[in-house]
Design a protein around this ligand. Structure first.
Ligand code: ADP
Length: 158
């Protein structure tokens, strides 16, 4: 029985993230969605807003927990008894950074493995940053975001 941590900025959580979580629940006993503080990235949504949105959107899924964190990821994983870090791969462009991150985390704690899921073909082009850009410019984002997030992004962007 293995727990997995799925870390990210989730600024905001998209249908691509949700698809990953749903698929992960079929493989892991518990999936801990770990929302990173990521203040350095100057996110659109505040830390607590990102945590709350993810919680609302994932509340129906058994075996899923949403937790905010601002510590070293491997320490967070250990604290939550997770032996796996789960990350998503969309395109080849994701690979280089993810490879570095996985290598660093394995160096920091060899007992924790990073596992990748490739994105669903419907979401391979979808990222939080692109969706924010489309929303900012008045484009239709209904296919990419859950209902609660659409309402919040509209409110944020006026
Ligand atoms: P980070 O700032 O850590 O990259 P993100 O919230 O952008 O945080 O992404 C968190 C994780 O979810 C990453 O592993 C990313 O590759 C993955 N991810 C993001 N969008 C998608 C998607 N559309 N399909 C599959 N995985 C995705």
């Amino acid at each position: 029985m293995v727990n997995a941590v799925y870390p990210g900025t989730f600024d905001p959580i998209t249908n691509g993230h949700i698809d990953m979580v749903v698929r992960a629940t079929k493989m892991f006993e518990k999936v801990i969605v770990a929302v990173a503080d990521s203040t350095g990235k100057q996110p659109l949504f505040h830390f607590q807003e990102r945590v709350e949105l993810a919680r609302q959107v994932l509340s129906d899924l058994p075996g899923v927990e949403v937790v905010g964190f601002n510590t070293l990821l491997v320490d967070f994983a250990k604290k939550h008894h997770a032996r796996v870090i789960l990350r998503g791969l969309r395109a080849v462009s994701d690979y280089e950074y993810e490879f570095q991150l996985a290598g660093m985390n394995r160096n920091l704690d060899p007992d924790i493995e990073t596992i990748f899921l490739t994105s669903d073909e419907h979401y391979a082009f979808l990222s939080s940053s692109l969706v924010k850009e489309v929303a900012r410019l008045g484009g239709d984002v209904t296919k990419f975001l859950p209902q609660q997030v659409i309402a919040e992004i509209k409110r944020k962007l006026g």
